[in-house]
Design a protein around this ligand. Structure first.
Ligand SMILES: Cc1ncc(COP(=O)(O)O)c(C=O)c1O
Length: 456
């Protein structure tokens, strides 16, 4: 693993937001779409490794990585070099109409890396939502069926097709009428809050058997279902890790009825869980896998990787002017190379350290912590108002995020009341221990603020 010269964070020297940040926030307030979902006023100037410097010279420890994107951290010198080199050659030509070897090299690499010992083809896009759009179209075209099954609390993007799959918040749907694609949602394998009231010893994977026992017999005839779309680890829904039997049972239903199993690994893929893809932890191979976020090393790039025999559509059926941009591909190839050179092992070790530390914090705050869970460096901790009703404590979770920001730690919420930890995969012991220490103090401060009714 390449050692990156690091500045240690945090170091907060102004009030937050500082004077320069306030200037940007005023402009943002005036010119930027109010639909964005910022939780606190971080205004970045530059970043190095796991450190962000804001426009006022404050240093933050970044445990969000631009929403699970920057696997190798900010401004990794090898990524910067790969980007510059490709930019000096050619920045764009459009894969829709022209050929270039970079496109084929990454497609070949993804075909080899993704699970499944069979021929694959790749369609490139620019965002997670686009990866899902392509998957929906591949599945509809290949099966000639119109319907999909997806899961509550899932997030698959906000374009109209992807939005039909997304079900993590009503705010994402409100105002946009009926869904564009015919999707039926069922509960995810959130075992600690099992929708069927089961415990691990009484579980018969009802969250999958409901498909055959209920949906196929009532509203969703199996011969009309093109695909089941699922996140192997639920991301925006709260970093929920399902048991392996959930994904295995989904695979079995798909095989039985000729339905495609589509894994959305936009957030969990490309090293985040300590394996190249989260589904490797469960030993389940999908027919289609969607990738984005970390894939482009910080540049916009997505890929929909499908069994070759499924991606047999006519010219013009699907394409994107910018999809598979050569500069983004250069960053992707370098990202994969870096991950394969020790960074995923680091994610496993640091993930264990983070989980252990969070479990100790959970013990100290047993009155408000419901669960700590995760794989690799995809780790969540869920907060509740009390340990009798286990009601999600949204106010406390939101306040913890703000308290952490003011102490120089960048975190983000997921699900109703979970804090997610998705740092760059190159973090070291110092970073993890520092984050844990700040997080502990932030919980203490947030509890006091919520009790006093003085939340941000
Ligand atoms: C699992 C998953 N799928 C799809 C998306 C959508 O990605 P994008 O925001 O790049 O469209 C996200 C974004 O968070 C995601 O986590």
């Amino acid at each position: 693993m390449t050692k990156i010269a690091k500045v240690r964070a945090p170091y907060i020297k102004t009030e937050l937001p500082g004077p320069n940040a306030r200037r940007v926030l005023e402009k943002d307030e005036r010119y930027i779409s109010p639909s964005y979902t910022r939780s606190y006023p971080l205004v970045i100037k530059r970043g190095y490794g796991p450190v962000i410097e804001d426009v006022d010279g404050n240093l933050f420890l970044d445990f969000n990585a631009g929403v699970a994107v920057l696997a190798t951290g900010h401004a990794h010198p090898e990524i910067v070099e790969a980007i510059s080199k490709q930019a000096a050659e050619f920045v764009h030509i459009s894969s829709t109409d022209y050929y270039y070897e970079q496109l084929t090299d990454l497609a070949k690499k993804l075909g080899e890396l993704t699970p499944g010992d069979f021929a694959k083809r790749v369609h490139f896009g620019n965002s997670g939502a686009e990866a899902l759009e392509a998957a929906l179209k591949v599945a509809m075209y290949a099966t000639r069926r119109p319907k999909f099954i997806a899961f509550f609390n899932s997030f698959h993007g906000r374009t109209l097709g992807a939005l039909s799959l997304t079900s993590s918040r009503s705010a994402q749907r409100r105002g946009f009428g009926r869904q564009a694609v015919d999707v039926t949602h069922i509960p995810y394998a959130t075992c600690k809050r099992c929708a069927y009231g089961k415990q691990p010893d009484s579980c018969n994977v009802e969250c999958v058997s409901v498909i055959e026992d209920r949906l196929f017999k009532t509203t969703v005839p199996h011969e009309e279902v093109a695909g089941i779309v699922v996140e192997p680890v639920q991301g925006e829904g709260g970093y929920v890790v399902p048991p392996a039997k959930f994904l295995q049972a989904l695979r079995a239903v798909c095989d039985k009825y000729g339905i495609l199993l589509i894994f959305d690994e936009v957030q969990s893929g490309v090293g985040r869980t300590g394996r190249m893809f989260a589904c490797e932890h469960f030993g389940v191979v999908p027919d289609v896998i969607c990738l984005a976020k970390a894939l482009g090393g910080g540049l916009p790039l997505s890929a929909t990787v499908a069994r070759a025999e499924l991606m047999q559509w006519h010219r013009g059926a699907h394409a994107s002017t910018f999809g598979g941009n050569p500069v983004a591909i250069a960053a992707a190839m370098k990202t994969i190379e870096i991950l394969e050179n020790g960074v995923m092992e680091n994610a496993v070790r640091m993930g264990e350290r983070l989980l252990t530390g969070l479990r100790q914090i959970a013990d100290r705050h047993a009155d408000v912590v419901f669960d700590v869970r995760g794989l690799g460096l995809m780790v969540g901790i869920e907060f509740v108002t009390d340990r009798v009703t286990n009601t999600p404590d949204v106010a406390l979770r939101d306040q913890i995020e703000v308290e952490a920001f003011h102490r120089g730690l960048i975190l983000q919420g997921a699900g109703e009341s979970t804090i997610r930890f998705s740092p760059p995969l190159i973090v070291d012991e110092y970073d993890v221990d520092t984050a844990l220490e700040i997080f502990d103090r932030s919980i203490e401060a947030a509890k006091a603020a919520v009790r006093a009714g003085k939340t941000a």
